[in-house]
Design a protein around this ligand. Structure first.
Ligand code: NAP
Length: 302
């Protein structure tokens, strides 16, 4: 469903995006995409929790759409959030709500890169069943403080009719040297679990988020490629396309729990709503091959 935005492209105003998250992974990629598509954009300079700074950005940039790729994700990983709860709330809850509220006041669509790590397999969504969580399902994973703040803010943002919530999961890009890339992470771990999950191929999906802004789409969207892929399936592709000598060791969830602070979520999200809007959307395995492994292929397999 589209929002009647003041900055709407339908009013024939040229697109002008205001993007938060200049120094971040997703924010950086988004700016690069706007450049390559010739879309006028500016990075926001305000801190999300500072309403007057955000208002100054909006008044000076006068965007048609706002994108929020800013958020606290923790370094080196989300375990950081367990010991920095107030900082996590400040950005992920107070900041995100402040931005959404201001955008609503100004009649602007906010495309918000959120997370799908607020669900875990349960009795109604069993691992391997092919039954994924839908947009309207209530988050059932608050095992980490990071996920807890994201689930809380998603629930509140539902009330903002100008917000498009994109549930990103285990993002992957074609840049295999980026330590944030899920593939890069799991190839560098000493041991990995092996669980099927929904994932987001950024090379395919970030351009779709730009198209969603142009269509003024709002509401919650499972922002993943359809289907699931397991850690081992990805590592097998990595071995086949990139490094034939690559090998890895698995361990169990119980063993993993000993080397992390907060539990991690594993789930399948039902991507049929996104696929309905964008029928060309590839399944996770097709997208991995087309956007990540083929462009990086180093082996001579056909
Ligand atoms: N990467 C993942 O695995 C993943 C998965 C699912 C969802 N997401 C979500 O997608 C969003 C972007 O992720 P990412 O991986 O691109 O994150 P990232 O690389 O950690 O970048 C985060 C960005 O947010 C900015 N930021 C943090 N606090 C801020 C604040 N209070 N005000 C303004 N800017 C602030 C940072 O700028 P400074 O350096 O200036 O603070 C940085 O530019 C996040 O909300 C994240 O939760 C990420």
């Amino acid at each position: 469903m589209g929002f009647e935005s003041n900055g709407s492209a339908s009013s024939n105003k040229p697109l002008k995006f205001l993007i938060y998250g200049r120094t971040g992974w997703i924010g950086g990629l988004l700016g690069g995409l706007c450049e390559s598509q010739g879309i006028d954009f500016t990075y926001g300079s305000g801190r999300l929790e500072n309403r007057s700074q955000l208002e100054a950005d909006l008044n000076s940039v006068r965007p048609t759409h706002v994108f929020n790729a800013a958020g606290v994700t923790g370094r080196p990983n989300v375990d950081w959030c367990e010991s920095h709860k107030v900082e996590t709330i400040r950005t992920n809850v107070v900041g995100t709500l402040t931005l959404a509220d201001l955008c609503r006041e100004k009649g602007l669509v906010l495309i918000n890169y959120a997370t799908g790590c607020i669900f875990e397999y349960d009795d109604k969504h069993l691992l391997g069943s092919g039954i994924g969580f839908k947009e309207e399902d209530t988050p059932n994973f608050i095992g980490s403080f990071y996920s807890k703040t994201k689930a809380m803010v998603e629930e509140l943002l539902k009330n903002y009719e100008n917000v498009c919530t994109l549930r990103v999961r285990m993002p992957i890009s074609s840049d295999l040297s980026n330590p944030r890339n899920f593939i890069t992470k799991i190839t560098r771990y000493d041991k990995v679990v092996d669980i099927p999950n929904s994932m987001t191929i950024l090379d395919e999906l970030l351009p779709i988020s730009i198209e969603m802004a142009k269509r003024n789409l709002t509401g919650i969207w499972n922002f993943t490629n359809p289907g699931v892929v397991s850690h081992n399936e990805i590592l097998e592709m990595y071995r086949d396309y990139i490094d034939p000598s690559f090998s890895w060791k698995n361990f169990t969830l119980e063993e993993q729990a000993k080397v992390i602070v907060a539990p991690r979520s594993n789930n399948e999200l039902d991507a049929s709503k996104l696929k309905g809007e964008f029928p060309e959307l590839l399944s996770i395995k097709e997208s991995l091959i087309k956007y990540v492994f083929k462009p990086n292929q180093k082996t001579s397999m056909s």
